[in-house]
Design a protein around this ligand. Structure first.
Ligand code: SAH
Length: 224
């Protein structure tokens, strides 16, 4: 899989890919991530990528020309299955969307800034619009990093043990059961006996029960 991220501030998004699981996935060539500075596609010497909005009003709008030029140059090189725009009024990101996207070949992610992008970009170039929640951030870089992390950790081979992503919350519409590690007893706080029993079947059933209980209590909306 290959992800191309278009941004006016690519520096803002690079660091999460230089550490831990995402870095390992890139090093192992399980995923290729490329960053593109939109200003490289500006036609003016000032490398302008935004302008005042028609009709007046505060806030700059990202222009269509540099975005189209950048997307076209990428599409000339290879096929893309989705061109995603990160936006607070997009479809709310959830595990199902991440699962689906993790199966794709190549995707482009466009990060907005200022007031967002000219509507014609959304109408003619974008195939999917994703929000990471009902709040507004200053740019699409952090949302794009969140989206990429949620996708990349699902690619087979990225997590040490492939099944570990499958037992995380929201797979199967359930929250994950509680987890414990050493010591088994700490200041009168004990690990549930069953986890120390070595009985794999009983442990599995206990985890299932706890996952159901947690989901019912904490997220009745998905439990239903
Ligand atoms: N004027 C827009 C917000 C622009 S915020 C509005 O009111 O809807 C600037 C950029 O930050 C957006 O173009 C988008 O790329 C990004 N962004 C902000 N909040 C986001 C969110 N919750 N999810 C995804 N992207 C977001």
């Amino acid at each position: 899989m290959r992800i191309d991220i278009i941004s006016v501030l690519p520096k803002l998004i690079e660091s999460p890919f230089n550490a831990s699981i995402l870095k390992r996935a890139i090093d192992k060539k399980l995923i290729e991530v490329n960053f593109h500075d939109l200003k490289d596609y500006a036609s003016s010497k000032r490398r302008q990528v935004d302008d005042y909005q028609f009709g007046g009003g505060s806030g700059m709008v990202m222009m269509i020309e540099p975005i189209k030029k950048c997307i076209d140059s990428l599409k000339k090189e290879r096929k893309y299955e989705e061109v995603i725009y990160m936006t607070p009024d997009g479809e709310m990101l959830n595990q199902k969307i991440s699962n689906k996207l993790s199966l794709k070949g190549n995707i482009i992610i466009l990060c907005g800034h200022y007031k967002g992008v000219d509507q014609r970009v959304r109408d003619s170039l974008i195939t999917m619009e994703i929000s990471i929640g009902d709040y507004v951030l200053s740019g699409g870089e952090l949302p794009a990093a969140v989206l990429c992390d949620s996708i990349i950790r699902l690619i087979p081979g990225v997590l040490g043990n492939e099944t570990s992503a499958l037992t995380d919350s929201f797979q199967d519409d359930l929250l994950a059961p509680p987890v414990y590690t050493r010591p088994s007893s700490f200041e009168n706080l004990d690990v549930p006996e069953i986890l120390l029993s070595g009985d794999k079947l009983k442990i599995e059933l206990w985890r299932e029960e706890k996952a159901l209980e947690r989901t019912k209590n904490l997220r009745p909306d998905i439990f239903d």
